[in-house]
Design a protein around this ligand. Structure first.
Ligand SMILES: [Zn+2]
Length: 180
């Protein structure tokens, strides 16, 4: 579980809290929470379109460079994950295939494809919401970001708004099974 942290350095200026158990984040960095909420809104829109709800935003110095929502079904594109969509939008906006100094916020732990794209883009930091035990490659199935032979640029943190991100995914699948 190297690289996984439930909470970042505590910010005393942050007053918001979503903690319900001792296991969860008790205090959140306000900037991280703000951008993760943006990603959650993108994910919610994906769910309305019948896509598995995952949202991502790419930010540099407090400025939004690109955003994306999971859309492989509607786009008939297996690579149309939220992270790739956000990277494409940001790279187009920057006219640069490398995006150093950026933070990618994503509601779900990245898969192998997205981890590769994130590393190729030289994203500086990835912040994800909740783990994906089936395809997550930031420590769940494998930890590609911890592989020094592959990654020299990207640090990873998880667990920002974990409860909300997990509830969004589980709620989507429960509804699809007719349980909600
Ligand atoms: Zn992916």
């Amino acid at each position: 579980m190297s690289g996984w942290r439930y909470s970042r350095a505590m910010s005393l200026t942050t007053t918001t809290t979503t903690a319900t158990t001792a296991d969860q984040v008790t205090t959140l960095d306000a900037e991280d929470e703000r951008w993760m909420r943006h990603a959650l809104r993108l994910a919610a829109a994906a769910a309305v379109a019948g896509e598995v709800p995952v949202g991502a935003v790419l930010v540099r110095d407090g400025k939004l460079l690109g955003e994306g929502a999971n859309a492989p079904i509607s786009r008939a594109d297996p690579t149309a994950h939220a992270e790739v969509q956000a990277l494409r939008a940001a790279a187009a906006a920057e006219s640069n295939y490398r995006l150093p100094g950026t933070t990618l916020y994503v509601t779900l732990e990245p898969c192998a494809m997205c981890a590769g794209a994130i590393m190729h883009a030289r994203v500086g930091r990835v912040v994800f919401g909740t783990r994906d035990p089936k395809t997550g490659t930031a420590g769940s199935v494998i930890d590609l970001f911890a592989e020094a032979r592959l990654n020299h640029h990207t640090t990873v943190e998880g667990g920002v708004l974990q409860a909300e991100c997990a509830a969004q995914i589980s709620g989507f699948f429960a509804a699809r099974r007719g349980l909600a």
